[in-house]
Design a protein around this ligand. Structure first.
Ligand code: ZN
Ligand code: ZN
Length: 347
């Protein structure tokens, strides 16, 4: 048996290298996973560009699926051989004030996968059991991987939004997150508006389930939303405060603009627009592991799937560069020899 495994690590900002790492046994409350697939997310740039303080070298990746091959002590409810996933939140502590109140997402001792600990750009990963997600049999590993961050982020935000069936819900940005958000919004029973720049995306947006398409390069998106009656929810999947400002007046009274895209720009809205109409701006951070289970089950049940391009783990640097250049359609997924390339690409 091999005593080392392949991993792609970042040794300093912007520098990927392929390395061999020794197998480690999982510690208390941890499992070891043979990684089969890992999605490449824009938030990986937090590691690769060193936006967070990183203890170098670090293996990025927080959308991974694989099989448990060893259990640490004290792990209950998970079995060797079981297919599992890990998302951005590495697992809650169970004892902080937020955990004690049932708010696992905001656990004060939460580690971020691929930032505080090594992530999924590797053949093997050690994960906390409290962060594990179970993978339904009818999703392939590569197909399920993007649902662990892009999927749950959009699903959870929509599920907790104040919209009811039939309400007008807008999805701003049709990329890694947005192309899933449109599918979820349609299947949750909303009247769905997709907003993106240019007319190229219109056909795809309709195919994904959008009832309406607004080209924000050609029209004022806020006025176009008001012409449709005003949105109850605008899900902002593109990063940048400006996109929120541009669309905010498109909310109907009581509506909320939910920001999912991290960026350095401030969000500017006038107090007039906030107060007269009682509108809100909110942020939403991924979701807890039980919601991730639900995201995957809902996706399998309703046929929501990520559009993916699979490449071998060894091509991680090129896949990352393609994603950062905005050229991924829509999610790059790294696959290892633990999952076959062909099998992983199905679904
Ligand atoms: Zn992510
Ligand atoms: Zn906690």
């Amino acid at each position: 048996m091999n005593t080392t495994y392949r991993a792609i690590e970042v040794s300093k900002p912007g520098e990927f290298s392929e390395v061999r790492k020794p197998f480690l046994d999982p510690g208390i409350n941890q499992v070891r996973i043979r990684v089969e697939a890992c999605g490449v997310c824009h938030s990986d740039s937090a590691t690769v560009e060193g936006l967070f303080p990183i203890d170098w070298p670090r293996v990025p990746g927080h959308e991974l699926v694989g099989r448990i091959d060893a259990l640490g002590s004290n792990v209950k409810g998970w079995a060797v051989g079981q297919r599992v996933g890990v998302g951005f939140l590495g697992g809650s502590c169970g004892y902080c004030e937020f955990c004690r109140n049932g708010d696992l997402v905001n656990c004060r001792n939460q580690e971020y996968t691929g930032i505080h600990s090594d992530g999924g750009y590797a053949e093997v990963m050690i994960a906390k059991a409290s962060g594990l997600v179970s993978i339904p049999d009818d999703l392939s590993s590569a197909g399920a991987a993007p649902l662990l961050c892009a999927g749950i982020t959009t699903f959870n935000a929509l599920r907790n939004a104040p919209a009811k069936a039939g309400d007008l819900v807008a999805v701003l940005g049709i990329g890694g997150l947005g192309h899933l958000a449109v599918q979820y919004a349609r299947r949750m029973g909303f009247e769905v508006v997709a907003i993106a720049r240019g007319s190229n995306t219109a056909e795809l947006a309709k195919k994904l389930g959008a009832h309406h398409y607004i080209d924000s390069a050609a029209t004022d998106p806020a006025a176009a939303l008001q012409a449709l009656g005003g949105a109850k929810v605008i899900l902002v999947t593109a990063s940048g405060g400006k996109t929120i400002t541009e669309t905010f007046k498109g909310l109907r009274p009581g509506g909320v603009s939910i920001d999912l895209g991290v960026g350095p720009e401030p969000i500017e809205v006038t107090s007039m627009d906030l107060i007269f109409g009682e509108r809100k701006v909110a942020g939403s951070l991924t979701g807890n592991p039980a919601t991730a289970d639900t995201t995957l089950r809902f996706s399998a049940l309703t046929g929501v799937s990520a559009m993916i391009e699979t490449v071998l783990l060894e091509e991680a640097a090129a896949a990352y560069a393609k994603m950062m250049a905005g050229k991924a359609r829509f999610r790059m997924v790294l696959v290892t020899k633990n999952g076959t390339r062909e099998g992983a690409a199905s679904k």
